[in-house]
Design a protein around this ligand. Structure first.
Ligand SMILES: Cc1ncc(C[n+]2csc(CCOP(=O)(O)OP(=O)(O)O)c2C)c(N)n1
Ligand SMILES: [Mg+2]
Length: 124
């Protein structure tokens, strides 16, 4: 999930920790509400109020500690696979994947398009 979305459902981390569920929570951290940033860029003259400017969240390592989840950091390109491969599957954990702040959310649903037609379009 994203770093913003995590904060909207953060109570679920307690359920995972409390029952020691074998769940790997992968957080794609782009330090932004990326989808909203896209909207701000496209329709609001790149005024990133609340999506980037002023957006803030706690350090994920501390969150993982507080909820009793193991913590792993993938902060270099390509490191996720190597890190994930050595995580013990039976233990609850949180993996932080650090993304570039300008990562775009793609593919994307535009206008009234159906789920089977997402941008960038592959047909003409
Ligand atoms: C409860 C709720 N509030 C607000 C929204 C609107 N919303 C859609 S995407 C988004 C940003 C999500 O940010 P993040 O989870 O960091 O994902 P990113 O787009 O950065 O990959 C928001 C706020 C929503 N979908 N649900
Ligand atoms: Mg985000």
């Amino acid at each position: 999930m994203g770093d913003g979305g995590l904060q909207m459902n953060i109570q679920e981390l307690e359920v995972i920790g409390q029952y020691r569920l074998p769940v790997m929570v992968i957080v794609m951290n782009n330090h932004a509400l990326g989808l909203i940033r896209d909207v701000h860029e496209k329709y609001y003259n790149s005024r990133y109020v609340g999506s980037v400017e002023g957006f803030s969240m706690p350090e994920l390592k501390h969150l993982a500690d507080a909820y009793h989840l193991d913590y792993y950091l993938a902060d270099t390109e390509g490191s996720f696979g190597e890190i994930a491969a050595r995580i013990p599957c039976e233990r609850p954990c949180l993996v932080e994947v650090v993304l570039d702040g300008s990562t775009y959310v793609r593919p994307e649903l535009l206008g009234n398009d159906g789920l089977d037609r997402q941008y960038p379009y592959t047909d003409k």
